[in-house]
Ligand binder design. Structure first.
Ligand code: GLC
Length: 632
């Protein structure tokens, strides 16, 4: 009836299975035939459960992904009452994951665990005993915590608001909660309320402020999802007990005691009964009429849509939505995790999220002393300096009329001006813009307040701009196109750039027949999510066809991004009957595999069809890449 039930039953049966399997059947002694039969039947049932249990880690991965799903189903964005102005205009926010897990830094009993640090307690990571984990609070004393320093970092990074974990899945409140003693003021030597200090600092600097709150999962509060169903005295506890004794009062506290807040970021609704989610939404809207509720509250009740972790969508989406991403590989601080995003990667993800129509919230994980890692700060400051040079590319910028990124970068719009954000500057002095049908009044390279004019010419469906060989900006260069008023119309056929070809054009843009295209999500390390669209069944006679626009006759080498088992034969065929066919081995990790060369004899639209002519083992095709072959 409730996830905790399932969890509890599973644990009980699992333990019995282990006992029985180990042959120590003193707990179940067969006194006579009847008992023997019962014992055999029970043994069989438990063995089956054991087999299921051993697949648990995989289920846990999928289950964690499933737990977000409410976030993707928000029916419509609620911008009434002026909600979401900062969210929609600012387009860029700081996410902060900070708690007891930050002090542990992914180490438990001297062992390092690899995955998202705020799940260290969980059975998929260290499986820490609850009371031992809770005892970490007694030495949690982040003496270096400096709210103004953090708020200033967010401001200098170009972010418009901060969302910080008030209570994560571990149940520990990082603010002074009056309804539950397990909080930073009552049980730590730190004894201060950092949320109060941070909300004040944000207000001083003109930043928005809001909270993350884990409403369904609370691993240390009996009755909550992921916690025992009995308290330390053995009294039964229900979700209702947890909800009315802790969850609801705490959401009242965080929406009453910290001034105006931008949003409440509920997370992993799992199977929380709808009535509780409704009550939380009503509470937030009552106490904070201008605050947004995240889609992960569940049941389509959010004011905006939250994508899966670390996901930037390949094509435009309407309404209010956000991508949440990490500066390294996880949310909470991990001592080993130095896989930082560079300033250029941050800018590309930020700009391409805005170009898809969304808001980008980027996470930092302060350590147990309250310090944000130096590298993360440096990357945020460098990208922030870029934003200060090109604020028009970020704030108030609207989605790209192309509805997907282009081979060399992406496009955002401000009224009748298009800003081309060029991630890869061309080497031959020409920038190729496909499909623009509206007329350009003027074009220029943005250089601070100045615009350095560039000339351009139409070539069929393409606009070719003459640009300097030296890239104007080491991170992302920007060209402004002032359009001749009115609606901006484009032919958004996927384009193969004469200079760079096309890199990993997703199968989501292809037409599939006799096979399916679906999104697959997986964890590299626990909690480190990756997402791709792919065809899980191309080996059954199906095919996928991309339609692309080619500016001039040319030859390209073709790679397919594949995942699967063993070897397969893939065939690539164009509408001009140019084909390339090859056998390639594939592995359990998506990687590019060369298939061969194809040519286009005429400029204009072409189709490229991929199939597996000999069938073979299940293989997933996720993208195609075309690299120009230079003959001179
Ligand atoms: C997932 C994780 C959680 C993290 C959140 C951030 O829901 O469970 O630990 O806070 O992603 O998006």
């Amino acid at each position: 009836e409730h996830p905790t039930d399932a969890h509890f039953l599973f644990t009980f049966v699992f333990k019995q299975a282990l006992t029985l399997q180990s042959g120590k059947t003193d707990t179940i002694t067969a006194q006579n035939n009847c008992m023997k039969t019962f014992a055999m039947r029970l043994k069989k049932a438990i063995s089956l459960t054991l087999a299921l249990a051993l697949s648990w880690p995989l289920c846990a991965q999928q289950k964690m992904d499933e737990m977000w799903n409410g976030g993707e189903r928000v029916k419509s964005s609620d911008t009434s009452m002026g909600r979401g102005k900062l969210f929609d205009y600012g387009n860029y926010a700081m996410f902060i994951h900070w708690g007891l897990y930050s002090k542990l830094a992914n180490v438990w009993n001297g062992k390092t665990y690899y995955g998202i640090g705020e799940w260290l307690m969980n059975e998929n990571m260290a499986n820490a005993a609850r009371e031992e984990y809770k005892a970490v609070a007694h030495t949690f004393d982040p003496k270096d915590f400096d709210a103004m320093k953090i708020a200033k970092l967010a401001k200098d990074a170009g972010m418009k608001y901060i969302i910080i974990t008030s209570k994560h899945h571990d149940g520990f409140a990082m603010y002074h909660s009056k309804c539950n003693k397990f909080n930073i003021v009552d049980v730590t030597p730190f004894g201060r309320d950092p949320m109060k200090e941070l909300s004040d600092a944000c207000k001083k600097l003109g930043l928005g402020f809001g909270f993350y709150y884990s409403h369904n999962q609370d691993w240390t509060t009996p009755g909550a999802s992921g916690a025992p169903r009995v308290d330390e005295d053995g009294n039964p506890k229900t979700f209702d007990d947890y909800f009315y004794a802790k969850c609801l009062p705490q959401v009242e506290e965080i929406t009453r005691n910290y001034g105006d807040i931008e949003l409440v970021w509920f997370d992993t609704p799992g199977e929380i009964p709808k009535k509780y989610a409704e009550k939380l939404v009503e509470t937030v809207h009552r106490n904070q009429p201008k605050a947004l509720v995240s889609g992960r509250v569940g049941y389509d009740l959010g004011d905006y849509r939250t994508l899966g972790d670390m996901e930037v969508p390949p094509e435009n989406m309407d309404g209010l939505w956000e991508s949440v991403d990490v500066t390294n590989d996880g949310w909470g601080y991990s001592w080993y995790d130095r896989n930082w995003k560079t300033p250029k990667q941050i800018l590309e993800n930020l700009i391409s999220t805005i170009a898809r129509g969304g808001t980008y919230m980027l996470n930092v994980g302060p350590d147990g002393m309250g310090n944000i890692p130096e590298f993360a700060q440096n990357a945020l400051l460098a990208s922030g300096k870029w934003i200060a040079r090109y604020p028009q590319v970020i704030y108030g910028a609207q989605a790209s009329p192309w509805k997907h990124r282009l081979p060399w970068g992406d496009v955002v719009r401000q009224d009748s001006t298009l800003y081309l954000a060029i991630y890869e500057w061309p080497s031959d002095g020409k920038l190729y813009l496909p499909g623009l049908k509206s007329e350009i009044a003027s074009a220029g390279i943005c250089d601070g307040q100045k615009t350095l004019p560039v000339s351009f010419e139409k070539r069929g469906n393409w606009t070719v701009l003459d640009v300097p060989y030296k890239k104007p900006d080491n991170l992302v260069s920007v060209i402004a196109l002032a359009m001749k008023g009115g609606e901006i119309s484009v032919d958004n056929t996927q384009a193969v750039d004469p200079e760079s070809g096309i890199d990993e054009l997703s199968v989501v843009f292809a037409d599939a027949s006799g096979c399916n295209v679906s999104k697959t999500s997986w964890m590299e390390k626990f909690g480190e999510w990756k997402h791709k669209y792919c065809t899980p069944d191309l080996n059954r006679g199906g095919k996928v066809t991309w339609t692309v626009d080619v500016m001039e006759p040319a030859t390209f080498s073709v790679d397919l991004t594949l995942r699967g088992e063993g070897r397969g034969v893939w065939k690539v065929e164009t509408d001009e009957a140019h084909t390339a066919q090859n056998q390639q081995g594939v592995s359990s990790i998506f990687c590019k595999r060369p298939i061969g060369w194809i040519s286009f004899d005429k400029p204009g639209r072409h189709t490229i069809t991929v199939s597996m002519p000999e069938g073979g083992k299940p293989s997933e095709l996720s993208a195609i890449s075309l690299t120009p072959v230079r003959f001179e």
